[in-house]
Design a protein around this ligand. Structure first.
Ligand code: FAD
Ligand code: SIN
Length: 537
């Protein structure tokens, strides 16, 4: 077995992994592993931008208030304060490493508007913000002499010693089809989200909940997995399997949601109409589709100056034209789709998890910023600020040791891949994603959740038994994590006896008086503990 030894091992090459790598490389050697090409990540597809207070008429207090309002009583005050007040510096640092944001004619950064924000505060690079940020971070990481990037390495499980301290990760090299050991003093999970747990998602194929599953199996505290954010407007294209988002910034520029008969229905749901918080818009669309028996709703941009629209949203214009739409005449067909994991691995303000030696940053982490519903464009901001806080503020005070106390060995039994029936993996994956969409989706009920639990137990047992029989390939590793993440979502959902933020259960339509996080962990005897923990907000 080949081994790598370094001060830091970072898993994931989105904004969280790359920014953390650059910070960590100031202190020591970094091994960064990523399961596909280095650019492939949710980050790379981000459209709207990064929320921060730059307009002289805007205030930190207003951004903080909007974040809490979206988070429906579950945001942690210290984490929200942290990301909002460090936002302008985070943007400045991105510009310094080469990110080119869209500017006004006079050179000021152009600020967009999105749902739930009471001011224009979204810094963006046209509608390809993620690609621009990813490109600049990657260039800096590739050029850094202390960072070694391993593409097509799939992190399987964390390496723990007998005291349950984390010392790195086992990773599957998809090219040489072997498991390698990465030992490090600090292990950072930056594996992103889990959109692929659901049949319809805006996320690329990497988003299979790997980090949260690994952390759970290692015994880390996980929280608030019931809060899956469904983006209201993914392009409805049943023929085409690729997910395309139609950014909320489009509604920020006055696009109107319509039902098939032309009704602009959002006025019936919220005073902010089309710019209401995302959970409300997604549920409104879901309701209109269900009551009208229609398979999508529409975004109308025909009244917006077309020249302006094409300049502001070149990518979205291109995608729509590619799907045969003339935006001067046609409405864009849209449906909600799973978009963002608000819960995740519980961390403190330095990114430290409940396991010594293990950190988590970005979408994988639950820092308390997003509460029950993330405010648009707060996610890249959170990843940037927490990367900096972890490394800059904490690790340089206690440089991580690289040597585990004892040699850690593990036998990876491996049967020939030909024995693995690929058709079972494909079928189980489709069944799981359909089950979660139909039974644990935008609107939930006790009876559907109970059915989901019975079915998921059966699916998970079959998946675990295939995995335990000793085969390894990327599809199976992902399926194992999809099932684990689905279980975490379902158990947290069952724990919550109220409707709050993104979690809406018709059998508990009201908000309970005490805001509580749902915290779940695997105990050493393999029992699963789920608790409701009051939040001091
Ligand atoms: P990611 O960027 O998803 O990176 C995760 C990395 O981990 C990937 O490199 C992946 O390959 C790797 N990885 C995963 N599992 C493993 C494993 N087992 N082994 C090795 N590597 C692994 N947020 C905003 O703030 N503003 C926006 O405008 C915005 N728009 C969005 C648009 C779209 C279409 C999507 C999908 C999301 C959008 N978001 C937006 C959300 C935001 O992009 C993400 O939350 C954020 O980029 C996550 O960054 P991350 O580094 O945590 O994870
Ligand atoms: C969007 O552009 O609508 C996505 C913004 C986000 O997810 O924060």
């Amino acid at each position: 077995m080949t081994g790598f030894r370094s001060n830091f091992v970072i898993i994931g090459s989105g904004v969280a992994g790359l920014k953390t790598a650059l910070e960590a490389a100031e202190l020591g050697d970094v091994q960064l592993i990523t399961k596909k090409e280095d650019f492939e990540s949710n980050t790379n597809y981000a459209q709207g931008g990064i929320a921060t207070v730059l307009d002289p008429n805007d205030t930190f207090d207003s951004h903080i208030l909007d974040t809490h309002e979206a988070g429906a009583g579950l945001c942690h005050r210290d984490s929200v304060d942290l990301i909002v007040t460090h936002g302008p510096d985070a943007i400045k640092e991105l510009i310094e490493i080469g990110v080119e944001f869209t500017r006004e004619q006079d050179g000021r950064l152009e600020l967009g508007r999105e749902g739930g924000h009471s001011a224009r505060r979204i810094v963006h690079a046209q509608d390809l913000t993620g690609r621009e940020v990813e490109k600049a971070l990657l260039q800096n990481v590739r050029d850094h002499p202390r960072i070694q990037v391993h593409e097509f390495y799939f992190a399987i499980d964390l390496i723990l010693d007998e005291n349950r301290r984390c010392w790195g990760v086992w990773a599957w090299d998809a090219h040489d089809e072997k498991v390698h050991q990465f030992l490090a003093g600090a292990t950072i999970l930056a594996t992103g989200g889990c959109g692929l747990v659901y049949r319809h998602s805006t996320n690329p194929s990497i988003a299979t909940g790997d980090g949260v599953s690994m952390a759970f199996r290692a015994g880390a505290k996980i929280a608030n997995m019931e809060f899956i954010q469904f983006h209201p407007t993914a392009l409805y294209n049943p023929e085409d399997k690729r997910p395309y988002l139609i950014s909320e910034a489009v509604r920020g520029e006055r696009a109107i949601l319509r039902a098939g008969d032309g009704t602009a229905f959002m006025k019936n749901y919220h005073k902010l109409k089309d710019l209401a918080p995302r959970d409300i818009v997604a549920r409104a669309i879901d309701n209109e589709m269900k009551t009208r028996g229609e398979s999508c709703c529409y975004l109308d941009v025909t009244h917006i100056d077309q020249q302006f629209f094409h300049k502001r949203f070149p990518f979205i214009s291109h995608i729509c034209e590619d799907h045969g739409l003339n935006l001067a005449k046609d409405w864009i067909p849209v449906v909600p789709a799973a978009h963002y994991m608000c819960g995740g691995v519980v961390t403190d303000l330095k990114g430290a998890t409940s396991i010594a030696g293990l950190y988590s940053i970005g979408e994988t982490a639950c820092t308390g910023v997003h509460g029950a519903n993330r405010l648009a464009s707060n996610s890249i901001l959170e990843a940037l600020v927490f990367s900096k806080q972890s490394v800059g503020e904490s690790w340089n005070k206690g440089f991580p040791q690289t040597d585990p106390p004892a040699a850690l060995e593990k036998e990876w039994v491996k049967k020939p891949l030909e024995e693995l029936e690929g058709v079972r993996i494909v079928n189980l994956r489709q069944t799981l994603r359909g089950l979660m969409w139909d039974y644990v989706g935008i609107v939930r009920s006790n009876s559907r959740l109970e059915q989901a639990k019975k079915r998921l137990d059966i699916l998970k047992e079959e998946i675990d038994s295939i995995y335990e029989s000793g085969h390894i390939n990327t599809q199976l590793l992902e399926l194992r994590n999809l099932a684990q993440t689905a279980e975490l979502i379902l158990l947290c959902t069952l724990q919550r006896k109220e409707s709050r933020g993104l979690h809406y259960n018709i059998d508990y339509p009201d908000l309970s008086e005490t805001p509580e996080d749902s915290v779940i962990r695997l105990l050493p005897d393999n029992d699963v503990q789920v608790e409701s923990v009051p939040v001091s907000t």
